[in-house]
Write a protein that binds this ligand. Structure first.
Ligand SMILES: [Zn+2]
Length: 245
């Protein structure tokens, strides 16, 4: 689904937060006594992806442990002056819903004009309780909510462009007008909406940092491994929660 590589970035390294082996941080946290804390400026923005009831336990498309991102994001958000939320927001007849395709089951795929589309259980239907943010998510710092996937015929994993890779959500314009430079990404699901949001932001020229412990993945056919590989190729930094505490 990705179509280009991105230039390498060293944002987290500059701030002293990725591991020194060039790999992904988060697993080997330094001891508490020497732990450097990520500096956050007013050019940074925290992008919290799809922290909605349907992606949490008991929801229509529950990501394993999805609700566990909530306390992590709430804690990280205390550090940020800029926060943007996304909300998956589908009409009931949306093309990505398996029940809208005769003979198809969730997690099968179909071919659309814009490429291969995974079919999902119906989820995040506009105005439904499943589409609401998790009730414990602290939304008070959010200055913008971007709704995506509201066109019947196009799904939207990325917070910046819908799945046709052309239709903008408007977030890119917001980030540029606000002169934000580094996008920190957290939320659900790591291997779909977090991944494509991070990659699109990187391709658009932003420094991008994914906060892995504030994400959870679905992991369809190795998609979490593919996500980590892609992040390395794109120069997207991955950090652990301890960077912010
Ligand atoms: Zn969706």
């Amino acid at each position: 689904m990705t179509n280009s590589r991105c230039k390498a970035t060293a944002v987290a390294k500059q701030r002293g937060k990725t591991d020194t082996k060039g790999g992904l941080s988060g697993a080997a946290a330094p001891g508490p006594s020497k732990r450097p804390v990520m500096k956050i400026s007013d050019r940074d923005v925290l992008l919290a992806i799809d922290v909605q009831n349907d992606f949490c336990s008991g929801g229509a498309l529950a990501v394993p442990g999805g609700e566990k991102v909530v306390p992590a994001i709430n804690r990280i958000a205390q550090r940020f002056g800029n926060m943007v939320l996304t909300q998956d927001w589908h009409p009931r007849d949306h093309v990505s819903f398996a029940p809208n395709h005769v003979g198809k089951q969730p997690f099968q795929t179909i071919e659309l004009d814009y490429g291969t589309q995974v079919l999902w259980p119906a989820h995040c239907v506009q105005g439904s309780s499943g589409a609401e943010f998790h009730r414990d998510l602290d939304v008070t710092r959010a200055s913008l909510v971007v709704r995506k996937g509201f066109r019947r015929g196009i799904d939207s994993y990325s917070a910046l462009f819908e799945n046709d890779k052309r239709t903008p959500t408007g977030l890119l314009g917001y980030l540029r007008e606000r002169e934000l430079k580094t996008v920190f990404v957290a939320g659900l699901a790591l291997d779909f909406c977090v991944r494509f949001s991070a990659e699109d932001a990187r391709k658009a020229g932003f420094e991008v940092v994914v906060i892995e412990e504030a994400c959870r993945g679905i992991d369809l056919d190795g998609s979490v491994t593919a996500t980590h590989r892609s992040f390395r190729q794109c120069g997207i930094s991955v950090v652990g929660l301890e960077a912010f505490l």
